[in-house]
Design a protein around this ligand. Structure first.
Ligand SMILES: Nc1ncnc2c1ncn2[C@@H]1O[C@H](COP(=O)(O)OP(=O)(O)OP(=O)(O)O)[C@@H](O)[C@H]1O
Ligand SMILES: [Mg+2]
Length: 542
């Protein structure tokens, strides 16, 4: 048999395709829906019989688009190392302080992979819905996916070992290229954002070595973090979600935010900085929670100022005195403000931290910071929600030694004993100590910096003493005022009592003179006094 010429072959393929498309168009036009479904099923079977290739789809999101699929991310990372060799259109992303680029396949690209002699095709695609629906979230309908195609004779190799291989490799690549990120939540008004979080690379240089605090306390925190990081099995064993809450409290400038950054660097976690005031309501809070990845720190700074978490909304101001127009205007403004105001409640936040949803994903730290621990609701900081309470306090001598090393590169010297005494005597935040220690011009001497600190401490002491004296004077004034008030009150009470006694006496006197009159009336006849309806009647005795 003579082989078919190439031109004729392509002619035949072309006409076959044209016929198929024509037949399909007719079917779509004239066949009722249920018949079409039957035809489609059989057509699939028929083509499946002819087509020896199997495909597996890995969509980007799982569970009704709530969570990003781990498999998708792993494949993305795995392919990033492969596509640089084979794909022609690549997407580039800078990682690790922009020192290297990670390349991944662009949409609708294909790469050919090989594993144990088996040939595999990867395609990256996205489906853009054809329906002209009007949506607030135009881009959120795009569905990206990876398609894996292989010959059916390689089914075992692919399903049994290749898929495991890519997941492991993908995770390894992710670890290698991981650029940690700092996330912030999008305002609920910015509906055009696909995700609820935006991010920038996390590049804070803080670490536990440079963090100034009592070394024992610092070591305790480090031990706690290490225990948490290695605690996957332990948490499973005790049936607890793999998360831990820290409450950092203390005056401004004592290193709470610095501690968070040091923790993130130590644990190699991403940081999610949650701004509660821009979260619309509890449902949105849950949505944010679901999108948070594992190995992360969720931070809510200044929790006492974030929201009115008692569930009480601001009371409307009285507008009675205002004119009608002004009243309407004020009401309109109040309504607008209420619309903008976050409706997140305390119970919503409690559930966010320790509710059923909080167990979606693991290996998470939740950190609250506050300047006023006493203002927080008991339920919010109970163990289980905030497991460890860490007080960040004023700069002690140990903390000072760390700062001196950080800022001036000097170890402790006995000649500065004065500073030690002063630090014990004065309350100065590490932020202030650090600022005093920092050289102010190129080549400034260490001694100069210490002198500045001593001067700063002296000033702080004078200011603190002055403040204390003022407070004491104020307290004495208040006490004096209270005493005066008390004396006044007692005097008033005594006067009132005297007045009441006087009135009573007069009443009694009046009563007696009345009785005497009656007696003169009854002229020696024995009588009995009977009180009836408030009237006094005299009845003659029998
Ligand atoms: N314990 C500390 N160790 C090292 N540096 C510190 C420490 N505390 C404060 N600092 C320095 O002071 C600056 C302010 O500290 P930080 O922002 O961490 O304070 P904070 O407690 O978060 O304050 P606030 O309550 O106002 O948010 C930091 O930039 C840091 O350089
Ligand atoms: Mg802070």
């Amino acid at each position: 048999m003579t082989p078919m010429p190439m031109g004729q072959f392509w002619n035949n393929v072309g006409s076959l395709m044209a016929t198929t498309m024509f037949v399909w168009a007719i079917i779509q036009q004239y066949f009722p829906y249920h018949l079409r479904a039957h035809i489609e099923r059989y057509a699939h079977k028929f083509f499946g019989f002819l087509n020896p290739y199997i495909t597996i789809i890995f969509p980007e999101y799982t569970g009704q688009r709530l969570r990003k699929s781990e498999a998708f991310t792993a494949i993305q990372n795995y392919l990033s190392s492969r596509s640089s060799i084979r794909a022609k259109r690549l997407k580039a992303e800078a990682v690790k302080n922009s020192k290297s680029l990670v390349l991944s396949m662009d949409d609708n690209e294909e790469v050919i992979d090989e594993f144990k002699g088996v040939k595999i095709w990867w395609t990256s695609s996205k489906i853009i819905p054809t329906t002209q629906s009007i949506s607030y979230y135009p881009s959120s309908d795009e569905r990206r996916f990876y398609k894996l195609t292989f010959h059916r004779r390689d089914r075992e190799t692919v399903l049994d070992s290749f898929i495991n291989h890519i997941l492991e490799e993908g995770k390894a690549v992710e670890l290698k290229n991981r650029q940690r990120k700092l996330y912030m939540n999008n305002s609920s008004e910015s509906w055009w954002h696909k995700s609820s979080w935006r991010h920038v690379p996390f590049e804070h240089p803080a670490n536990f070595r440079t963090l100034a605090m009592d070394p024992k306390k610092k070591q305790e925190i480090v031990n706690d973090l290490v225990k948490f990081k290695n605690g996957k099995e332990y948490y499973e064993k005790v049936g607890k979600a793999w998360k831990r809450g820290y409450l950092l409290y203390g005056p401004p400038g004592t290193g709470k935010s610095t501690m968070i950054a040091a923790m993130a660097n130590f644990m190699e976690y991403d940081v999610y900085d949650l701004e509660l005031t821009s979260v619309k309501d509890n449902t949105e809070l849950k949505k944010l929670l679901i999108e948070i990845s594992n190995k992360s720190i969720i931070v809510i700074e200044d929790i006492d100022c974030s929201l009115d978490l008692t569930g009480q909304r601001k009371k409307k101001k009285k507008t009675e005195e205002e004119g009608d127009e002004a009243k309407k205007e004020i009401e309109k403004k109040a309504k607008e403000e209420e619309k903008k105001e976050s409706k997140v409640t305390l119970s919503g936040l409690l559930n966010f931290i320790d509710g059923i949803w909080s167990a979606c994903g693991g290996e998470r730290l939740i950190i609250f910071t506050t300047n006023h621990k006493e203002k927080l609701d008991e339920a919010l900081i109970r163990r289980g929600r905030m497991d460890k309470h860490i007080e960040m306090s004023y700069c002690g001598f140990e903390a000072f030694k760390v700062l001196a090393m950080n800022y001036l590169d000097v170890a402790w010297d006995d000649s500065y004993d004065k500073i030690k005494e002063m630090l014990e005597d004065t309350e100065m935040t590490p932020a202030d100590v650090a600022e005093n220690l920092m050289p102010k011009y190129e080549g400034e001497e260490t001694g100069e910096c210490f002198k500045r600190l001593i001067k700063g401490l002296e000033d702080a002491k004078v200011a603190a003493d002055k403040k204390k004296a003022e407070e004491e004077a104020e307290a004495a004034k208040m006490a004096e005022k209270e005493k005066e008030e008390k004396v006044k009150e007692e005097k008033k009470k005594a006067e009132e009592e005297a007045e009441a006694a006087k009135k009573e006496k007069e009443k009694k006197k009046e009563g007696e003179s009345g009785e005497k009159k009656e007696c003169s009336k009854c002229n020696g006849v024995a009588t009995t006094e009977v009180k009836e309806n408030g009237h006094v009647e005299k009845k003659q005795n029998n």
